[in-house]
Design a protein around this ligand. Structure first.
Ligand code: ATP
Ligand code: MG
Ligand code: MG
Ligand code: MG
Length: 484
């Protein structure tokens, strides 16, 4: 049975290859799909095939797909099993085999290849899916106490608001079989269970109006979290302490001069966040996503800036050579890149570009970070004292204007402001923030128009506006430009 992460990945791919699946390389984190920001699951590259928009060239495929789920960012380091960046191992059937084979193979892989004791495995099925229930119960032999029927939230998988979808069936590992069975057993109890494999019986297309239209063919789409299987097989308490991620945490501990084993819970969480986010940003940049204030670029920017801030909280200053002025992200990136060969062989070739981007973004942020932190502290102090003066009738709150000032002038992604405020029990007026953001957009648009009408060539002036983007459009007010 495989133990290290790279072997687990290969074992999965080989298992399905020997059952007629073609091993395909991971697709980019940037999907070829305008409705999705980033690749969130192994099925995404195959969406056009499932929808019948592209011909299938093969009936079966298997992949280890790199994925990003920004929706899990607040779980990072707080649960044992969630990352923003992770690898999803998948086997896919394009109108070929369906439920029976998918279930039997998933069981065989889990119990024979990975040698998980069958009495530790629990499964869930969609509440109405009697077919899946009976395959698990009558054919595989899972006792009824360990099969749970669950509702739409857990057992009906959709890749987004619209698109291919279907009922699913999941396999869970039980860390505490000694607790026995009871009616109250809740597979969502993560002190006991971990979901590691999801089998989606993809037979519908969800339309704009929410209705389900049967697909021409019935497909299989599955996902197994590599880091989760590594956690189980390596017998460590969380995904972060597996060989896939721990070396990054180790490097961060070395930079911070702390010992992970002796660190308190807050420090451990912060080290895990660094381990997670560093992987995410390295693979995003490698796939061509650069820090910016919009869309995918903003995802990279806020993850990088969070690492920079958290690194400082941990006491990281400078690189391993003792140069206090040197950026530290490149040091961590080096470790991520060293671990990358089997995840994506192209990362090593992109190393200079990755290091350069990280360095640039870190230095850009560090420049204003200290002053911004001081200001944020003061703003939080005064939000707390205003609330106190009002008899604490309302929760202390930072205004949208202040959050915007931090964003616009000090480069604080609003998610960082929210996080810091939350630590001190202060909320952030997001509605107000959005209004400020919208105002800025309108002003920049106005400036743009004035420029176009008043002076010089359009391209030259458009370039000016773009060059000064980082300072915020406010500094380039319409008047100033017209006078200039
Ligand atoms: P969970 O309920 O634990 O959040 P999920 O039901 O959202 O997981 P799926 O969408 O079913 O996850 O994805 C398929 C598999 O991918 C999961 O069974 C899990 O092994 C893995 N996975 C999903 N999200 C993450 C994540 N954020 N980090 C690591 N692995 C993940
Ligand atoms: Mg989830
Ligand atoms: Mg789930
Ligand atoms: Mg799931």
């Amino acid at each position: 049975c495989p133990i290290n992460g790279d072997d687990i990945r290969q074992c999965f791919l080989n298992f399905y290859a020997s059952r007629g699946h073609k091993i395909l390389p991971s697709a980019s984190l940037v999907p070829d799909d305008p409705t999705v920001l980033l690749t969130i699951a192994g099925m995404l590259p195959f969406k056009p095939i499932f929808l019948g928009k592209e011909p299938k060239r093969i009936p079966r495929a298997t992949t280890a797909q790199r994925c990003i789920r920004t929706t899990d960012v607040d779980n990072v380091g707080r649960t044992a099993r969630h990352h923003t960046f992770f690898e999803m191992l998948g086997n896919f059937s394009f109108g070929d085999y369906f439920k029976r084979e998918a279930i039997h193979w998933a069981w065989e892989l889990s119990t024979k290849e990975f040698q998980l004791p069958s009495e530790r495995l629990w499964v869930s099925v969609f509440k109405d899916d009697d077919e899946a229930y009976s395959i698990w119960h009558d054919e595989v032999g899972v006792p009824k106490e360990r099969i749970k029927r669950m509702g739409e939230d857990d057992n009906f998988w959709t890749s987004g608001a619209t698109g291919p979808c279907g009922p699913c069936s999941e396999i869970y590992y039980d860390f505490h079989p000694e607790r026995g069975y009871s009616d109250a057993d809740d597979l969502g109890d993560d002190s006991r269970f971990i979901e590691f494999y999801n089998l989606v019986f993809m037979e519908y297309n969800k339309k704009d109006d929410g209705s389900l239209e049967p697909l021409k063919e019935r497909n299989i789409d599955t996902g197994m979290g590599l880091e989760r299987m590594a956690q189980i097989l390596q017998k460590v308490p969380n995904n972060y302490e597996t060989d896939l991620i721990f070396p990054i945490i180790d490097k961060a501990s070395e930079l911070a001069k702390v010992s992970y084993a002796e660190a308190n819970d807050v420090m451990k969480t912060n080290l895990k966040i660094i381990g997670d986010h560093m992987r995410a940003v390295v693979y995003l940049i490698s796939d061509g996503v650069y820090p910016s204030n919009i869309g995918r670029g903003y995802v990279v920017r806020r993850l990088i800036r969070r690492v920079v801030r958290i690194g400082r909280l941990l006491g990281i200053k400078g690189d391993t050579d003792g140069n206090p002025e040197a950026p530290f992200l490149p040091v961590l990136a080096e470790t991520v890149i060293n671990l990358s060969s089997c995840i994506d062989p192209e990362v090593k070739a992109n190393k200079p570009r990755i290091i350069e981007e990280l360095k640039r973004e870190e230095l850009r942020f560090i420049h204003t970070l200290e002053r911004g932190e001081k200001l944020l502290d003061q703003l939080l102090d005064s939000a707390l004292s205003v609330a106190q003066d009002n008899g604490n009738l309302q929760k202390p709150c930072l205004s949208g204007k202040d959050a915007f000032l931090l964003y616009d002038t000090f480069g604080f992604p609003v998610e960082i402001t929210i996080e810091v405020a939350q630590e001190r029990g202060v909320g952030v007026d997001m509605e107000g923030f959005d209004i400020e953001m919208e105002n800025q957009r309108r002003q920049s648009q106005a400036a743009h128009n004035v420029v176009k009408l008043s002076v010089g060539s359009e391209t030259e002036l458009t370039k000016n506006v773009q060059d000064t983007e980082f300072l915020g459009y406010e500094t380039l007010s319409a008047n100033a430009v017209v006078k200039g």
